[in-house]
Write a new protein. Structure first.
Length: 402
């Protein structure tokens, strides 16, 4: 159901020729043009009692019409009443076109807040928001009708960017980029997008890889994303509605440039610096499970390199070393003990330092992954606090042995 939402105030509106695309309608009341520009199933007119008495008789629209009577909005309480009356009249899952031509005083701001609530809580789709620009009329009294929808989309862009920056979730941002890409074809725009959809998909693949801690894949996907960043610059220059993406390109480079390495460099100093950056990103995004998972693995990898072991093929050997108590002057009777006695004094110091952090990281990670199905387990508050401390400890240890 396509619903039109429009407003009427108490002003003396002047006759003008409103033009939307190729259609022109001459009227002093924009709701009469509004219904002709769009094939509405229902028209909702928001008006105060005074506005209704002055204009509603002349607003003889052909579309089935309902009046939403509102107070004058002279105080904060009345503004909230306006919010409630408009919000309750819009049904769930409706398609909505909004006209703000005759909206008055604080109503545009109230309307903006209503739009967000409707989209989130009632699954209402905002098809368009338009404004009949009387003040922009030409010498023939033809006034353009502006489509303000892209500027309302800025709010959606803001939400999607916030979700990505603060939680590492790129799905909303990917969808916004892909929708923009498709719109240049659906709306028969003069300039067509060529690369934008590739940017959205690359971002989402990288985000998914980070979500499940695919270290090597993350590095290659970062390279791909930053290539896409360079490739979309021409689209942004040519397509005005792609302007919200421009600041994102710098954000992507700043956020991910340290991860832009080859997979073969994963266990080099550059690779460990990249994994430190991943740990920092996880903390920034409150992705605590991912952080403690990577912390466990990077400690094994780093110690393997320090001991000239293969961090993949000899991983189990390094874990056995880490799982032993701190080294003392005692000689361990098993194979691991024999290996330990063969270590240099400096290697024993390194192993002790790693063991201190490793055993805490391993225990906390195991506690979390067992979903509290243990006789005793760490509370959520304490677990989160401990994760942050252990990630910082891990990062410090890695930097100490760069």
């Amino acid at each position: 159901m396509l619903i039109g939402l429009t407003f009427i105030g108490t002003s003396n509106y002047t006759q003008v020729k409103y033009q939307f695309k190729d259609k022109v309608v001459e009227t002093n009341l924009f709701p009469k043009a509004f219904e002709q520009f769009f094939n509405l199933d229902e028209l909702l007119i928001v008006a105060t009692k005074a506005a209704e008495e002055k204009h509603i008789k002349d607003c003889d629209c052909q579309t089935p019409t309902k009046i939403i009577s509102i107070p004058d909005g002279r105080n904060e309480g009345e503004l909230w009443e306006i919010f409630e009356r408009i919000y309750t009249k819009i049904p769930e899952n409706a398609d909505l076109i909004i006209d703000v031509t005759h909206s008055f005083r604080s109503l545009p701001i109230v309307t903006l807040s209503i739009i967000q609530y409707l989209k989130t809580l009632k699954n209402v789709k905002i098809e368009r928001i338009v404004y009949g620009a009387f003040e922009a009329k030409d010498e023939n009294y033809v006034a353009p009708v502006f489509d303000l929808t892209p500027f309302i989309d800025i709010i959606d862009w803001s939400y999607s960017i916030y979700d990505f920056v603060n939680h590492g979730n790129s799905e909303l941002l990917r969808d916004k980029i892909n929708t923009l890409h498709k719109s240049t074809y659906i709306d028969n725009a003069k300039e067509k997008s060529k690369k934008l959809s590739g940017l959205g998909e690359s971002l989402n693949k990288l985000s998914n890889s980070l979500d499940i801690v695919r270290v090597k894949e993350t590095f290659s996907l970062t390279q791909n994303l930053l290539k896409k960043v360079d490739s979309v610059k021409d689209d942004i220059i040519r397509i005005p509605q792609s302007k919200p993406i421009e600041p994102l390109l710098t954000l992507f480079k700043n956020k991910f440039s340290d991860l832009c390495i080859n997979e073969s460099e994963s266990f080099t100093p550059k690779g460990f610096n990249a994994q430190i950056k991943m740990l920092e990103l996880y903390l920034e995004n409150h992705q605590f499970m991912q952080a403690i998972t990577l912390a466990r693995e990077v400690l094994v990898s780093k110690l393997a390199i320090l001991f000239n072991k293969n961090p993949i093929n000899q991983r189990e050997e390094i874990e056995k070393l880490l799982n032993q108590p701190r080294i003392t002057n005692e000689i361990h009777p098993d194979d691991v003990g024999n290996v330990i006695t063969e270590l240099s004094e400096n290697q024993k110091i390194i192993l002790n330092n790693f063991t201190n952090t490793w055993q805490k990281v391993r225990e906390l990670r195991n506690d979390i992954n067992h979903a509290s199905m243990r006789k005793s387990y760490v509370t959520t508050e304490k677990a989160l606090k401990n994760i942050e401390k252990l990630i910082h400890d891990t990062i410090k240890l890695l930097k100490d042995y760069e």
